[in-house]
Design a binder for this molecule. Structure first.
Ligand SMILES: Cc1cc2nc3c(=O)[nH]c(=O)nc-3n(C[C@H](O)[C@H](O)[C@H](O)COP(=O)(O)OP(=O)(O)OC[C@H]3O[C@@H](n4cnc5c(N)ncnc54)[C@H](O)[C@@H]3O)c2cc1C
Length: 511
């Protein structure tokens, strides 16, 4: 029998696929356990979606209360033992983040932010953000990336930690294409595409898949979601590769329907493949005193009527869900696309959208402050009357006119809205001109992926572990029904550290 070394072009201790937060956290943990780590990134730039994020990392002050909330929001979609372990980890995360931040003197800030829904335990949570990093100029260091808020600072912290560890080697433009396995299904290495062709790399301990979800994979989306298209928000790199590779080995998958996202515009230049999400307005918690701000727009579907609360409590998470209604009488999705409408005063309020992307070849589209550049580009259209608006939108004029009347009445009498939109967020549609743009569901990140145990070991549908195969980050996300804001980033750090530590503890394979 051939020696393992003869089957591979090179051998290392641990291989990590994907250089976002999860991959970085996994690589750091494995390196700190004394292993040599090869961190392989598909794109020419690191950071994945992570670098574009708001950088809000969820932590908990009380594990029992956090568990109650996680149970309520996951609705039985993931095993309780995972939630229980995760709740405890959330209480430990502040210490870990502080240790990582010490690398470059980054300043962390803790914000009191209850979870999005007033369910048991919702008040046991806070956010940690990397407020600043000394001498860090994001536009010089990561010129291809733009970030919602502090995600780019958090990436700098991880990137500096990776660079400080000699045991970690990073290779960009190195997509992992296949897992190499032995007769018992145990993972022996990977096949990687390089500029010089395919390369087989062996591992002594195992492989961690941290290569994100399927935000940019239209084929997988068509299989798991009924509506389409759903536009990716941030990166072209995440195309479900980890799911496909692990499925070859018999991996189980969970809650593939669930994704974190909202609604947004399509650029009129087809080369800009990303959905441009509507402006992120502050979230609010139903049933609790909060001050949601004024939202300049309403949405109508192709019948000319409103169909959802445009300002849901956590609109950037669940904002896409109402678009997924199929009308069996017309055999259409009436809200695909929907129309976002505002008036002249609304146009002047603030930019209605903004894009955050990480791409080596596409520059972030910079939405104009007054929303006028987009009118010039045709992303938004202008109408001088309701009749013209209806004609351009191709919706029935009487229905649209009635929508205006009803909406304006709700704005003045503060009556209960059909869809639950809070009175404080409502802005009347006054005099023309009016503006509208087609909006589509936008996926910020997927939550479905590989089933795993508490140790981040990938499992098959019989609950058996696939030897030496680990998962970290959103590829194995535990968010099965209602997402906890900041939970994805917390999960990257927690699952990455656990996967990195456990893979390092695997008995080394013989040469
Ligand atoms: C605008 C925006 C704001 C957000 N804000 C927040 C927030 O504030 N808090 C929060 O918790 N979550 C937030 N999220 C979600 C969060 O950013 C992601 O869920 C999380 O960063 C995913 O991290 P990851 O490491 O699992 O994946 P990624 O960061 O996407 O990294 C995966 C990497 O794997 C690479 N890859 C893919 N396939 C392969 C392959 N075959 N071989 C090698 N590499 C591969 C990809 O190119 C990518 O670099 C936000 C998302 C968006 C879009």
């Amino acid at each position: 029998m051939a020696r393992r070394a003869e089957k591979f072009d090179e051998i290392t201790d641990v291989i990590v696929a994907g250089y976002g937060f999860a991959g970085a956290a996994a690589a750091i943990a494995a390196a700190d356990a004394g292993k040599r780590v090869l961190l392989l990134e598909k794109m020419a730039v690191p950071g994945g979606i992570s670098i574009c994020s708001g950088g809000g990392m969820r932590v908990a002050t009380d594990a029992d209360k956090a568990l109650a909330y996680l149970r309520a929001t996951n609705a039985g979609s993931v095993p309780d033992e995972l939630l229980a372990a995760f709740a405890v980890e959330l209480t430990r995360l502040p210490g870990e983040l502080a240790a990582l931040a010490a690398i470059n003197g980054a300043k962390l800030t803790t914000l009191d932010r209850p979870a999005s829904y007033a369910l048991a335990g919702h008040d046991a949570f806070q956010f940690i953000e990397v407020e600043s990093v000394p001498d860090f100029d994001a536009s010089t260091e990561y010129p291809n990336a733009t970030s919602l808020r502090a995600g780019i600072n958090a990436f700098k912290v991880l990137d500096d930690n990776v660079r400080a560890r000699d045991r970690i080697e990073v290779r960009l433009s190195s997509p992992v294409e296949r897992l190499v396995h032995g007769d018992a299904g145990e993972i022996l290495g990977v096949e990687v595409r390089t500029a010089n062709g395919s390369r087989r790399i062996g591992t002594r301990h195992g492989v961690i898949l941290a290569c994100g979800g399927f935000e940019s994979d239209a084929v997988m989306q068509r299989q798991f979601w009924q509506f389409y298209p759903v536009l990716p928000a941030a990166t072209r790199g995440n195309t479900g590769d980890g799911i496909r590779m692990a499925q070859v080995l018999g991996a189980d998958i969970w809650h593939m329907w669930h994704f974190h996202g909202s609604y947004g515009f399509r650029h009129t230049d087809p080369a800009y493949v990303f959905g441009i999400r509507t402006k992120k307005l502050p979230d609010w918690v139903p049933g609790l005193p909060s001050a949601p701000v004024r939202m300049s727009w309403i949405l109508v579907d192709q019948t000319g009527r409103r169909f959802m609360n445009e300002y849901e409590p956590y609109a950037h998470d669940t904002g896409h869900r109402a678009f997924d209604r199929f009308d069996a009488t017309t055999t259409r999705f009436p809200a695909m696309p929907a129309y976002l409408v505002f008036d002249e005063a609304g146009r002047r309020m603030y930019p209605v959208a903004k894009s955050f992307i990480n791409d080596p070849e596409i520059k972030t589209y910079d939405w104009s402050q007054d929303n006028l550049r987009e009118v010039g580009l045709g992303i938004l259209k202008r109408a001088e009357s309701i009749a013209e608006l209806a004609r351009l939108m191709k919706v029935p004029e009487p229905a649209l006119a009635e929508t205006f009347v009803r909406w304006n009445r709700e704005c003045t009498d503060n009556s209960v809205d059909d869809f639950g939109r809070p009175a404080a967020t409502r802005v009347p549609l006054g005099s023309p001109p009016y503006y509208f743009g087609e909006v589509w569901p936008v996926v910020s990140n997927t939550q479905g992926g590989l089933v795993h145990d508490v140790g981040q070991r990938v499992r098959n549908p019989f609950g058996e572990v696939i030897p030496r195969l680990y998962v970290a980050g959103e590829l194995g996300s535990i968010w099965g029904f209602l997402y906890l804001a900041g939970g994805n980033l917390a999960e990257c750090f927690i699952s990455g550290r656990i996967a990195g530590g456990n893979v390092a503890a695997e008995t080394a394979l013989a040469p």
